[in-house]
Each structure stands twice: as structure tokens, then as C-alpha cells.
Write a protein that binds this ligand. Structure first.
Ligand code: ADP
Ligand code: MG
Length: 266
């Protein structure tokens, strides 16, 4: 049984959700094509509760599409997907609404609205999914901004006033607005210099610990993988060609996996 704290009083338990003991995401026999181009060919993948799970693979190997399929933003041609024990093929509107309340998303380019302050951006999911009064929404937003490692005064700034690293943090703050139990991160360190990326490593790890959240991320950042990923799936040839810890992957022989360890990539 999973519970989380009520957003209003922070004391009572709400939302008891029966979860399978381990798998938070289970994808079976996924086939996805765009025209004649087959991107996923009978792909299987599962993500366990509480892990930081990473997807890597060549550009065009179908990582982003797979992430979009988990988030109901794209429907595969065939195959089954269960997320938080809900079958996406037969989910009711109510279940889809619940899913959107339980996951948070950090898009590659931040996805923040330029005309809104950071506080208003972070508060948006709360405005959409709860009946909380503005004052409380602002308080929660400011708290998420703080735990995402931004200074207090960032709350009243607009996205174009923030640096790349700060934007990632603001985007994380918004992803955390609804106390997610599942987080999707698309290229969380892309476009950051190594020192900026460093802070984001720690932030993701902290968020996992703080929320006991399951995190699924797409990344090219090998340092990030070695530092925080519990398991990594390598996509290629329409499938997962290998999955395991970085150490386990480093001993596998598939040529696509080898290319990550034999210096063929930066
Ligand atoms: P990755 O994220 O691993 O680079 P993507 O999932 O973005 O790969 O894309 C996989 C393949 O599917 C690419 O060849 C891409 O061009 C194609 N593709 C993705 N989305 C679309 C789309 N909406 N329409 C047509 N082709 C697409
Ligand atoms: Mg992509």
C-alpha cells in the first residue's frame, strides 16, 4: 500500500494506491512505427519501484518516443503498457487524471511559460489539479522552488531571467508541485556545463530520497549515469539490447553497449 500526505493539512494520509510490489512501469511487446520506419519492434521493459532508471541509445533509437508512450503522449501500434498498475490501453478518464496527478515531468527544454513568473509556473499543476487557495498554492510553490535549490528571489523572476541550470531547477520545482511518486526527466543535464550538471545530479538523487520516487530519465550524460543511475537500458535495433547497472553493462558484449565503454563516444 502506498500513501502520501494530504496537500492541505500535511498530516492525514490520502490516496491509498495499491501498487504491484515492484514494477512501476511494465511495457510488453511494444511496436511503434512512423510510416515505414519501425522504431520499436517487440520491445519489453520494466522499471522497478524507487529506482533511478535511465534510457540510453543512439540518436533516433526511440528513447523519447518510449518516454512519450509511458506518459500517454503517444500510442504505440501494439503492445501493453502498465504504469502505476494502470493499463494504459484500457485506462478510464478518471485513471488518466490520477496518473497525471501522480507523475511529474521535466521536459528537455524546461517547458516553462515565459509570460509567467517561476512561482506561477510551479503553481500551475496545483491550480489545475487541486482546489487550494492561491495563498497556499504560492506557499507550496515557494517551498518546491527552495528544495529545488533556487534562491527565494527566483520565485518572482521570469524564465528568461534564469541561467540554464536555474531553469532546470525551476522545471524540477514544477515537476515536484504535486508530490509525484513517478518522475520523467528528458535530458536533465543537456546544455549545462559540467559544474551546472553536477548540481543537477545531486538534486535528482535528493529528490529520489525525499519523495521515495521512481525516476525514469533519458540522457546522454555518462557521468550522470555512473553517478546516480540504479539501472540503465540500452536501446537499439528496436529493442532493449541490454539492461543493468553501469557496472553490469560494462561487461556485456553487444556492440551497441560496447560503444559506450570502449571510447567510441564522448
Ligand atoms: P531518440 O529520442 O532515441 O533520439 P526518437 O524517439 O525521438 O529517438 O525517434 C525515433 C525515430 O522515430 C526517429 O527516426 C524519428 O525521426 C522518428 N520519429 C519520432 N517521432 C516522430 C513523429 N512524430 N513523426 C515521424 N517520425 C518520428
Ligand atoms: Mg530524443
Amino acid at each position: 500500500r502506498y500513501f502520501r500526505w494530504c496537500l492541505v493539512c500535511w498530516e492525514c494520509e490520502v490516496d491509498s494506491v495499491p501498487l504491484s510490489p515492484s514494477d512501476v512501469i511494465e511495457m510488453q511487446k511494444i511496436c511503434t512505427s512512423f510510416g515505414k520506419h519501425q522504431v520499436h519492434a517487440n520491445l519489453d521493459l520494466s522499471v522497478k519501484r524507487g529506482e533511478i532508471f535511465a534510457l540510453i541509445g543512439d540518436s533516433g533509437s526511440g528513447k523519447s518516443t518510449l518516454l512519450r508512450e509511458m506518459m500517454l503522449l503517444h500510442k504505440p501500434d501494439s503492445g501493453s503498457i502498465r504504469v502505476l498498475d494502470i493499463d494504459l490501453n484500457s485506462a478510464t478518464e478518471q485513471q488518466i487524471k490520477e496518473l497525471h496527478q501522480r507523475w511529474g515531468v521535466m521536459f528537455q527544454y524546461g517547458g516553462l511559460f515565459g509570460t509567467l513568473t517561476i512561482r506561477a509556473n510551479v503553481g500551475l499543476p496545483l491550480r489545475e489539479h487541486t482546489n487550494l487557495v492561491d495563498e497556499l498554492i504560492n506557499q507550496i510553490a515557494d517551498w518546491k522552488i527552495k528544495i529545488s535549490g533556487l534562491q527565494e528571489d527566483a520565485a518572482l523572476q521570469f524564465p528568461d531571467q534564469l541561467s540554464g541550470g536555474m531553469l532546470k531547477r525551476a522545471s524540477m520545482a514544477r515537476a515536484l508541485a504535486m508530490d509525484p511518486i513517478l518522475l520523467f526527466l528528458d535530458e536533465p543535464t543537456a546544455g549545462l556545463d559540467p559544474s551546472g550538471a553536477d548540481g543537477i545530479d545531486k538534486l535528482i538523487k535528493d529528490v529520489q530520497a525525499m519523495y521515495q520516487a521512481t525516476i525514469v530519465m533519458v540522457t546522454h550524460d555518462l557521468d550522470l549515469l555512473w553517478q546516480i543511475a540504479d539501472r540503465v537500458a540500452v536501446l537499439g535495433e528496436g529493442k532493449v539490447v541490454g539492461v543493468g547497472t553501469m557496472l553490469e553493462l560494462s561487461t556485456m558484449t553487444h556492440p551497441i553497449i560496447r560503444s559506450y565503454f570502449d571510447g567510441a563516444r564522448g
